[in-house]
Ligand binder design. Structure first.
Ligand code: NDP
Length: 296
């Protein structure tokens, strides 16, 4: 079998197009547009790129974008004060504090200070708790939400009853991914660094999600014939004799594509969907705050 390649860029563009239509409808009917505030502390180059892309795509969807760039020397108190002022600001419907934060700042405390109704990253314990309770109003972390949207596209007949294996149990990806798949009535196994015979476990998966952070760890013969493979990993590898680093996923793409029914590439798979889902969460959060129906 040769897998079809799941085009994350196209899926993200389609979602952003739907969002732009919804934003202009809200503007026409209610005379406001959703606003997203992104806070960046320090000069981490990767974070700077993410924040720039988020701001650009927010504006392109017709939404308001508020960027707060603070020096690495910002104190925890100063950051908490900013978050509290964004909580009070009616023009701001979503707040994202870019992680990682400098070591002297308690990231968990910052996350818990964000108003759960504006927590578009879905990391506040109120939202993680709501997700694990199967509460459909939970704001869900963007990366697993994007993965679920792409999975749904692959199974027009639905995913209930399928075996899903999620490799990785982080709070950002693995755990919320597993919760979402449980809510979809998949039979879910979460694997991690202590899992025994990971290849055999992966071969039971109709849906295989890899969120590990180890380049090409999941080999082709770990993949069940006809499985759908979602590769969340983003790993920068330096090849000998090549000047530029290359991005690879957690899955050995060419090998896995021999057996899978469909697979996400890296780059161009899960990554683009993550920002589109951030914008989607902002529109959903804004509609709830204004008590208007969201037609997404
Ligand atoms: P974490 O480092 O927080 O978690 C990695 C998980 O993988 C842990 O649960 C760990 O197990 C598990 N793991 C590590 N080694 C093995 C192994 N040998 N066998 C099985 N499991 C293992 O990473 P994240 O979840 O934050 O990110 C995972 C990947 O996804 C990274 O490459 C990251 O860059 C990427 N990512 C991509 C995003 C996107 O937008 N596309 C967004 C977020 C992340 P244990 O718990 O036992 O330590």
């Amino acid at each position: 079998m040769s897998a079809s390649i799941i085009d994350g860029k196209a899926a993200a563009q389609a979602l952003r197009d739907r969002l732009a239509i919804e934003v202009s409808r809200i503007d026409a009917e209610h005379s406001w547009v959703p606003g997203l505030a992104v806070v960046l502390v320090g000069e981490d180059p990767a974070s700077q790129v993410y924040v720039r892309n988020k701001g650009k795509q927010t504006a392109e969807a017709g939404m308001r974008s508020f960027e707060h760039k603070l020096p690495a020397s910002t104190s925890e108190r100063e950051l908490l004060d900013l978050v509290e002022s964004l909580n009070r600001d009616d023009a701001v419907n979503g707040i994202l504090v870019q992680l990682p934060l400098p070591e002297h700042i308690d990231a968990q405390l910052v996350i818990e200070t964000i108003d759960p109704a504006k927590d578009v990253d879905g990391f506040h314990p109120m939202n993680t708790g709501a997700l694990s309770n199967g509460d459909p109003t939970a704001l869900v972390p963007c990366t697993p939400l994007g993965c679920l949207m792409m999975l749904r596209e692959q199974f027009p007949e639905g995913i209930a009853g399928l075996n899903a294996v999620v490799v990785g149990r982080s709070n950002i990806v693995g755990k919320p991914m597993a919760q979402l798949l449980i809510a979809e009535s998949c039979t879910v196994t979460v694997a991690h660094s202590k899992t025994r015979d990971l290849p055999a476990l992966c071969r039971t998966a109709d849906i295989l999600v890899a969120a590990v952070g180890r380049p090409e760890m999941v080999r082709g013969d770990w993949v069940k014939e006809g499985a759908v493979v979602i590769d969340v990993g983003i790993n920068r590898v330096q090849l000998e004799g090549q000047e530029k680093a290359r991005l690879v996923g957690d899955v050995a793409f060419a090998e896995a594509a021999e057996r899978a029914k469909a697979i996400t590439p890296v780059p161009g798979g899960v990554g683009p969907m993550t920002i589109a889902c951030l914008l989607r969460n902002t529109v959903v959060a804004a509609c709830r705050q204004h008590r208007v129906v969201c037609e997404l």
